[in-house]
Ligand binder design. Structure first.
Ligand SMILES: *Cc1c(COP(=O)(O)O)cnc(C)c1O
Length: 359
């Protein structure tokens, strides 16, 4: 393969070519220092500059107010599933969860070690093909946890759910962070593993309001306290320097390309090209309800497993990679994150039409 192909992988996923090109240069010699970016001390001037710039650009991208921290943690979004209740719950506390897919289920499962989880909504009755609109909150939840985009099931919250007054909303935004305008004021915390929309795996972006950091449990290991990261600019230990560097380049790419408004416009356009075709196709159909469909992960089936398999094989051979759906849904999934080009979606639809005409 001498050319880059269309990569529909759900994660790790496609990154902007400009970002990769700049990273390639910096790998050997970062800004004329004679040292590659990965080889610089995390306490030295070069990386300190990268870190400060990355935080500043993150704040600019999402207009993050001063009373929120921007932290870089490790262990993936999955480690946040236990870090959140560990920091915020005592044994007699309850936290409410909106259960909209496999990731929310995994998040709920971690709570019992620290407190009580209450399922305030669930769409499991129909294999998570929709975003529930009814919520049933507990009396005094410490926080409400949601998954804004359900990577596996291809559903996405169109807007923030309403939560009881004064209760912080915590969002796992791993697969749609910075894909559209984000009103951070509506959240106590937003977190995301980088490998879908922000960079390489190995770094987790955590945006958290100061009051949550301050009220968090002090009896847990330092490395698991948000406080430790907030007080040490994420450098209490060695942070994932390369991941932070790439994330910084992605933030600059977002800013250069019109910010979150433009990301939202472009993602909506890409997704509608696919969904519009799925609506009219006699062979393919979307798996998610039309009012709950994700702009990031478009899941679809033919209704026949053998035909799905044939389609995926033919598509892969034609240079459309990563279209196999997650095993819990089957069928196909086209992940079309920020960096995925519109051209690739147009080409995919052309290929699907062609496949349908021959089926
Ligand atoms: C991928 C994903 C995760 C898991 O992320 P890791 O970084 O692998 O732990 C969690 N939540 C959502 C919504 C995801 O898409």
């Amino acid at each position: 393969m001498s050319e880059r192909i269309f990569n529909f992988s759900a994660g790790p996923a496609i990154l902007p070519v400009e970002v990769l090109e700049e990273a390639r240069e910096s790998l050997l010699n970062f800004q004329g220092t004679g040292i590659g970016i990965m080889e610089h001390s995390h306490r030295g001037k070069a990386f300190s500059g990268v870190l400060a710039q990355t935080i500043a650009d993150c704040r600019k991208v999402a207009q993050i107010p001063d009373d929120y921290q921007v932290l870089f943690m490790q262990g993936g979004a999955s480690s946040q599933f236990f870090t959140i209740p560990m920091n915020l719950l005592s044994s007699d506390d309850t936290a409410d969860y909106l259960v909209t897919g496999s990731w929310s289920k995994k998040a709920v499962a971690q709570v019992k070690r620290f407190g009580t989880a209450h399922k305030a909504a669930s769409s499991e009755d129909r294999n998570f093909c929709y975003i529930p609109t009814e919520t049933n909150y507990s009396e005094a939840p410490k926080y409400v946890h949601m998954t804004s985009n359900n990577t596996i099931f291809g559903t996405q919250f169109a807007t923030e759910p309403s939560v009881p007054h004064g209760v912080p909303l915590i969002c796992d935004a791993s697969s749609d962070i910075f894909s559209r305008p984000l009103d951070i004021r509506k959240y106590g915390m937003v977190y995301a593993g980088a490998q879908k929309n922000l960079g390489p795996s190995g770094v987790t972006l955590v945006i958290v309001r100061n009051d949550l950091v301050e009220q968090a449990n002090t009896e847990i290991p330092e490395m698991l306290q948000y406080r430790t990261f907030a007080e040490n600019d994420s450098c209490y230990n060695t942070p994932p320097t390369f991941g932070i560097f790439i994330m910084g380049l992605v933030f600059q790419w977002i800013l250069k390309n019109g910010g979150l408004e433009e990301m939202g416009r472009s993602n909506e356009k890409k997704a509608s090209i696919l969904y519009d075709y799925l609506k009219t196709s006699e062979l393919f159909s979307a798996t998610a309800d039309s009012d709950s469909q994700s702009m990031m992960n478009v899941t679809f089936v033919t209704g026949n497993e053998l035909t799905d398999k044939k389609f995926i094989e033919a598509a892969t051979a034609a240079g459309f990679d990563g279209l196999k759906g997650h095993r819990s849904v089957g069928g196909m999934r086209a992940s079309i994150y920020n960096a995925f080009p519109e051209e690739g979606v147009v080409e995919l639809v052309r290929f699907m039409k062609d496949f349908e005409s021959k089926a």
